[in-house]
Design a protein around this ligand. Structure first.
Ligand code: ATP
Length: 259
């Protein structure tokens, strides 16, 4: 078995965790950003959150991560209510690598226990960057840095991966390649994924379900049943137009639609 396959097998034994937010409110300086929001994700589901800039998507992720607390309502993530085993990881637009540590040592930060070295190498192999193990972060391209950030997340065998526009700064081709990689590792590992993105096509390419945030709550929802990997065909394009219109209007007329 290859390193990558061994890692995938190991982590598949740690299935994704469910998430449940009920009646959640969050204000900043008296301005309500999240207003009575309800949202649930199934174990292993890939959920995408779209919406206008400033509608509260990152705030929602931070609530899920436990980095912010709701003013009212409940945020239940099994890793926090059950065994606290560090199963949540976040990825951001910037990779946030430590510049004074080599690539392998950055990835190792995500790993735990006696087999941390092995887990770090396996994760790096899985993102196709083992040959850069001894490199310094500043010598990598933006896409490679995001691969390292993904490897660092994988090395911790996550049960919930929160992705806050992680591919937003990449060029179009690298972005498409990274989308495929994120999909591959999600399928191999079985974690629950929540992706915030401004790119509706990216949401359709990756998500089982897309939710629209507007007015501090969930204003629309699409269950995407298109086959994976998702061909950019007429159905894909049609759905993209529909979701873009809903974002502009701040509402989805159909409420919840399966496509
Ligand atoms: N820590 C904070 N203190 C004060 N205001 C905040 C804080 N975090 C977020 N906000 C405000 O909450 C609102 C929602 O911000 P948030 O970053 O969640 O939106 P977003 O949908 O992720 O935006 P974008 O798509 O532009 O990244 C904004 O008006 C922002 O200024």
């Amino acid at each position: 078995m290859t390193d990558a396959a061994a890692q995938a097998k190991q982590t598949a034994e740690r299935p994704g965790v469910p998430i449940a937010l009920a009646g959640v409110w969050k204000s900043f300086d008296g301005h309500p950003v999240i207003q009575g929001l309800n949202l649930a994700a199934q174990p292993g589901e890939f959920l995408a959150i779209v919406g206008r800039s400033g509608c509260g998507k990152s705030t929602l992720l931070r609530l899920m991560a436990g980095l912010a607390q709701p003013d009212a309502g409940k945020v239940e993530v099994a890793w926090r209510t059950g065994a606290r085993d560090g199963g949540v990881r976040m990825m951001f637009q910037d990779a946030r690598l430590l510049p004074w540590k080599r690539v392998i040592d950055n990835v190792r930060l995500g790993a735990r226990g006696e087999d941390a070295d092995e887990a770090a190498r396996a994760a790096l192999a899985q993102v196709g960057l083992l040959e850069k193990a001894r490199a310094w972060p500043h010598t990598l391209s933006g896409g490679q840095r995001q691969r390292v950030a993904l490897a660092r997340a994988l090395a911790s065998r996550p049960r919930l991966l929160l992705l806050d526009e992680p591919l937003g700064a990449l060029d179009a081709l690298t972005r498409l390649e990274m989308q495929r990689l994120v999909e591959d590792v999600w399928r191999a590992h079985g974690f629950t994924a929540v992706l915030v993105t401004h790119d509706v096509a990216e949401a359709i390419a990756l998500a089982d379900r897309i939710v629209l945030m507007a007015g501090g709550t969930i204003a629309g929802e699409w269950t995407v049943r298109l086959p994976r990997p998702r061909p950019r065909d007429a159905a894909f394009y049609h759905l993209e137009q529909e979701i873009l219109s809903a974002i502009m209007d701040g509402t989805a007329a159909g409420g919840h639609r399966a496509v």
